[in-house]
Design a protein around this ligand. Structure first.
Ligand code: HEC
Length: 133
């Protein structure tokens, strides 16, 4: 996929690439996130789950590393997040971390979407390695 190639190119260019990528992706995200978010009742459907897995890799991964092993942001692998309450993770993803690069996602993602991301982060130890190699 072309996006993947671009992503790698950005990664090679380092921090500037990361930031640029984040900026480039945010409008795209808005378009793709909204329609399906409205259909949701509780757990995201299969299609939405796939979109969220993709988002975790492409968007969160742009800062936290393609395999979530850390980059501009800290690692998000299960070992790294062990001991951090789900409520904390949910809060951080919803509201971001003021004064840092971690952005709030509550305007782009529904509550259920964020719950699903927290679930992914806390239940899949090698999410990165498994899915994106
Ligand atoms: C623009 C860069 C950027 C993007 C995009 C980003 N993050 Fe972050 N994130 C950060 C930074 C930087 C921190 C650390 C901030 C600090 O503690 O000062 C962070 C912190 C976090 C933390 C807290 C980790 C801990 O150990 O306490 C979580 C959880 C997190 N991000 C999840 C996500 C998720 C999920 C996404 C995608 C929906 C995402 N982030 C997207 C930059 C980013």
């Amino acid at each position: 996929m072309g996006g993947m190639k671009n992503f790698i190119t950005f990664q090679v260019t380092g921090l500037k690439g990361y930031i640029l990528l984040c900026l480039l992706l945010s409008p795209l995200l808005q378009l793709s996130a909204e329609p399906s978010a409205q259909i949701l009742a509780s757990e995201p459907g299969t299609e939405r789950q796939q979109e969220l897995q993709y988002l975790l890799k492409q968007d969160c991964g742009s800062c936290h590393g393609l395999r979530l092993k850390g980059g501009l942001g800290p690692p998000l692998l299960q070992e790294a997040l062990k001991g951090k309450p789900k409520l904390y993770l949910k809060q951080v993803i919803s509201k971001g971390i003021p004064g840092s690069a971690m952005p709030p996602w509550e305007n782009l993602l529904s509550d259920n979407d964020i719950d699903y991301l927290v679930q992914l982060l806390s239940t899949q130890p090698s999410l990165g390695a498994q899915q994106y190699d």
